[in-house]
Design a protein around this ligand. Structure first.
Ligand code: KG4
Ligand code: ZN
Length: 372
């Protein structure tokens, strides 16, 4: 579906898409997949490989709204996006010192994520595309997390193994290009970030759980508890964190008793549980991408998503990649958790002529690999 009156303007603004010329692109990208409302203005040209400038980048986190529930409440997230999307967008344009007329395209993360959250971003982006007559670009949020690595790299990072470690996903892909990927494996139950959040809740730490666990773990003993590491010695490129989560629960309560909050833990116990848990997660997170590199024959690894901000994980993976001569790219710290700057992947899509129709729908479903 197109806006017939405005479409000629859209076609003018991306007319160089097939010729790969120096036509300048100023793109507004929107992100509302989970509990961050974000907008960014990014700039580049249609020539493949030309640098991408992040002109503005605004993120409104909702963690204060979800803190008391120790996890994201979808209905609260959806309502907060509705309140925040326009102010966040306005701020991104203001910081970039442009108005809507200065935009050549608008991009939005449409998959995967929470349905109510995704809808807000998509409806806002469609309205802009329709009223201005500019192209709409449909961004895959997981691919965007990996593209965050390209934003900081001085050389092309593709082809690569891409590892997304976030609140919803712990997945390994083989990327031929920014937008062409094959799923190699992933979690069969909880994502790593989700496990961090749930264990933090059991230990009475705040939300989001990742940074809270790391902070508590600093004073703890990582070998105080022998927690399980699923699939560590198997060739399959999958993860499972639900058994680990249950092991932490029983370490707190003892077998058969489920109420973690009825148990009073002292500070050292919390620190030891946090450190042993973090160590177990990181052991799995470090091993599987190395196996993925071996399985694909690739020598470049890109890592993005909220858990990529974990310092122990970054340190361990950096060491192992160095010892094996693997080119490792982490997403920059400020682009690990959800943001709209990584939506700059849409520039690659525009260069490839990938423009979405205005009847684009959300695709909320989480990516899961089957248990076997
Ligand atoms: O990528 P993201 O912002 O949202 C999703 O797409 O899911 O990731 C959020 C997740 C949360 O589960 C949070 O606990 C985790 O990333 N996280 C961390 C750290 N910072 C954020 N996990 C471990 N260590 C961290 N430093
Ligand atoms: Zn994310």
């Amino acid at each position: 579906m197109k806006n017939p009156e405005k479409r000629s303007r859209a076609d003018d603004r991306t007319a160089g898409a097939e010729s790969g010329d120096e036509t300048s692109i100023t793109l507004l990208t929107l992100e509302s997949t989970c509990d961050e409302t974000a907008a960014a203005v990014v700039r580049s040209t249609l020539r493949p490989g030309s640098p991408v400038e992040i002109v503005s980048n605004v993120v409104a986190s909702q963690s204060d709204l979800h803190d008391e529930y120790r996890g994201v409440v979808p209905e609260i997230a959806a309502r907060a996006h509705v309140e925040r999307i326009l102010p966040v967008m306005d701020q991104a344009l203001k910081q970039a010192d442009i108005d809507f007329d200065g935009l050549s395209a608008v991009a939005v993360a449409y998959t995967p994520g929470l349905a109510g959250s995704l809808l807000t971003g998509l409806m806002a982006a469609k309205s802009i595309a329709w009223s201005l007559g500019i192209p709409l670009v449909a961004v895959n949020h997981l691919y965007a997390h990996i593209y965050a690595c390209q934003l900081a790299a001085e050389e092309p990072v593709y082809p690569c193994v891409g590892m997304i470690v976030s609140g919803g996903h712990t997945h390994l892909y083989q990327f031929d290009s920014p937008v062409r990927a094959r799923l190699l494996g992933g979690t069969i139950d909880d994502a790593a970030g989700e496990a961090f959040d749930k264990v933090a809740s059991m230990l009475g730490l705040g939300y989001p759980g990742g940074p809270a666990i790391s902070k508590a773990a600093a004073a703890g003993n990582p070998v105080a508890y022998a927690f399980p590491r699923s699939f560590l010695h198997e060739p399959r490129l999958d993860f499972s964190f639900s058994g680990l989560k249950t092991a932490v629960r029983y370490a707190i309560t003892g077998q058969g008793n489920h109420d973690v909050h009825a148990v009073e833990l002292n500070e050292q116990q919390i620190a030891d549980l946090a450190a042993s848990f973090e160590r177990a997660v990181v052991d799995c997170l470090v091993r599987k991408p190395i196996q993925a590199l071996q399985a694909t024959g690739l020598n470049t690894l890109c890592v993005g998503g909220g858990v990529a901000a974990n310092r122990l994980f970054r340190k361990e993976l950096t060491e192992i990649c160095k010892s094996r001569g693997v080119r490792l790219h982490f997403a920059p710290m400020q682009f690990c958790t959800d943001n709209a700057a990584m939506g700059a992947i849409a520039i690659e899509q525009l260069r490839a002529g990938e423009i979405a129709e205005l009847d684009l729908d959300i695709a909320p479903g989480l990516v899961r690999t089957p248990a076997n």
